[in-house]
Ligand binder design. Structure first.
Ligand SMILES: C[S@@+](CC[C@H](N)C(=O)[O-])C[C@H]1O[C@@H](n2cnc3c(N)ncnc32)[C@H](O)[C@@H]1O
Length: 238
């Protein structure tokens, strides 16, 4: 399937799979800005509450959340584990080729270089440090690029739930699926972030003892979700 790259309003790239496809990977107002706004707080929460956080990125896409996680790892000077899941082999192999400076895949290196540049600038970290950390983590197995996701096999301190919308990925947004998902995937402490804010999502989080915090959505979107569960709420639960 062909992958089309477009530039969003803050100058950062986004992708979609079909020329006529409505489903875009990011907000047209800014892919980078949206990533930092929506997912930054959950990654920060995990790093600030635990020594060696485990982060789950669904789905990997162009790797915005992977670069953002490495930036936080460098700022906090902490080790961390990162599990990224992506159904598109082309996206997975393109990202890997860029990380290892191998023959470019379907996505041009300039796309990843732009995301790296924006991430490095906003956190005032040299680009080379973020890229080196990505490479090191892929090599030592503390970052794993998985294929398509179904149900979680591990537990995490930060869950970055960035799947396509309910229209495109219905099963992943049902209350039944989400309730089971959070039950299996969340560690204590844990933070969950997503651009979406729906009734089934709120109920699934509450059923799993998360404190649900409704945030304004990015730019002109109405709402988004941040939720957290501390160690003490876990103890109340058992
Ligand atoms: C909204 S985009 C994610 C954007 C991404 N976070 C980034 O930084 O660019 C959703 C991604 O989920 C992927 N996807 C769709 N179904 C999936 C599945 N079952 N498992 C893993 N990834 C999936 C899509 O291919 C797409 O890249």
């Amino acid at each position: 399937m062909a992958i089309f790259i477009e530039t969003t309003e803050d100058g950062s790239p986004t992708a979609h799979f079909n020329e006529f496809e409505q489903e875009r990977m990011h907000h047209s107002g800014g892919a980078f800005g949206e990533t930092v706004y929506i997912y930054g707080p959950a990654i920060q929460y995990a790093f600030s509450k635990t020594e060696n956080p485990c982060v789950l990125s669904l789905g990997t896409g162009l790797g915005y959340n992977e670069m953002l996680s490495c930036a936080f790892g460098l700022l906090f000077e902490q080790e961390f584990t990162l599990h990224s899941y992506e159904a598109s082999d082309a996206l997975n192999s393109s990202l890997k080729s860029w990380v290892f400076d191998e023959e470019p895949g379907e996505i041009s290196f300039s796309v990843y270089n732009k995301i790296l540049n924006l991430t490095a600038n906003v956190f005032d970290i040299p680009e080379v440090e973020i890229k080196y950390l990505l490479r090191k983590k892929l090599q030592d197995g503390s970052w794993i690029l998985h294929g398509a996701f179904d149900l979680p096999k591990f537990r995490y301190h930060a869950i970055l739930y960035d799947f396509f919308s309910r229209k495109a990925m219905e099963k992943f947004w049902t209350e039944e699926y989400l309730t089971e998902f959070f039950n299996i995937a969340s560690m204590d402490p844990c933070a969950v972030a997503t651009y979406a804010c729906t009734g089934p999502l709120k109920r699934a989080l509450k059923a799993n003892y998360f404190e649900f915090i409704e945030r304004k959505g990015y730019l002109w979107k109405r709402t988004s979700t941040f939720a957290r569960r501390s160690e003490s709420s876990y103890h109340r639960k058992v």
